[in-house]
Design a protein around this ligand. Structure first.
Ligand code: ADP
Ligand code: MG
Length: 239
């Protein structure tokens, strides 16, 4: 579904991505794992077309994302992203989730039905009228996920979705990620620095270090047969 072909990205003299290759399959949960500062967020932003690569190509269902000046809106609309630092808008919870649907021409009835179902899924039924700014971090992250998923994207990009959460909220977010993947068939590409989270959720993991994927494989394979010393050391550090 998504072909990442020799992506390079530099910020002035800082070469962050140095030849990233991967093929992401429709319907899978693919996790980018690596220490901080390795370019996980940068790669996700490029995939979501928020950033242009310095060189290389990304094909999304055979659409070359960066061949023109702008990625066509109908291609862009098939993707959603949730950022590490959750942004809820200063409005109520219902409107936070509904915000993209109005632009997509949903009717009022459709919006009500979709948002109420989403509130139910994230365990926040009855919270629709509440100011989003008054939610806890875990609740905000669930609202951000709901906002991203109600527009029925084919792929959901999640940048360290549980980075600042306690174990209980982390489990809730992980359950939601699995739910969206299984229930809606949403392809999920996420990043984390938590190897065990990668193991819990992923069909495949890409270990990102030194600006590229050192290994891409199923979690069990990475644990039992780390591709090289650096991968082995990273797994060791995280256990
Ligand atoms: P990770 O998500 O793995 O922690 P990032 O993608 O956030 O890594 O960052 C990788 C490197 O790129 C870091 O050195 C960071 O400082 C740099 N970087 C990221 N975004 C920018 C930017 N917009 N301008 C300059 N440098 C950036
Ligand atoms: Mg990051």
């Amino acid at each position: 579904m998504i072909e990442i072909d020799n992506i390079h990205k530099s910020f002035e003299a800082n070469n962050v991505l140095k030849g990233v290759y991967a093929d992401i399959n429709k319907g899978e949960i693919f996790t980018i794992i690596g220490p901080s500062g390795q370019g996980k967020s940068t790669l996700l932003r490029i995939l979501n077309t928020l950033e242009r690569p310095t060189s290389g190509q990304i094909f999304f269902d055979s659409n070359d994302l960066f061949s023109g000046k702008k990625t066509p809106v109908e291609v862009r609309r098939r993707m959603s992203m949730v950022f590490q630092k959750t942004a809820v808008f200063d409005m109520n919870v219902f409107d936070n989730i509904a915000i993209g649907l109005k632009y997509r021409g949903y009717s009022k009835t459709d919006i009500n039905e979709t948002v109420n179902r989403a509130l139910d899924e994230i365990g926040l039924s009855g919270y629709g009228g509440r100011s989003a700014k008054t939610l806890s971090g875990g609740e905000m992250q669930r609202v951000a996920l709901a906002r991203a998923i109600v527009s029925k994207p084919d792929v959901l990009y999640l940048d360290e979705p549980t980075a600042s959460l306690d174990p209980v909220n982390t489990e809730k977010i992980e359950d939601l990620i699995l739910h969206y993947n299984k229930e809606y068939g949403t392809t999920i590409v996420m990043s984390t620095h938590d190897m065990l989270q990668g193991q819990r959720l992923s069909d495949r993991i890409g270990v990102m270090m030194d600006g590229r994927f050192l290994q891409i494989a199923a979690p069990d394979e990475i644990f039992s047969r780390p591709g090289n010393e650096n991968v082995a050391r990273f797994i060791g550090i995280n256990n």
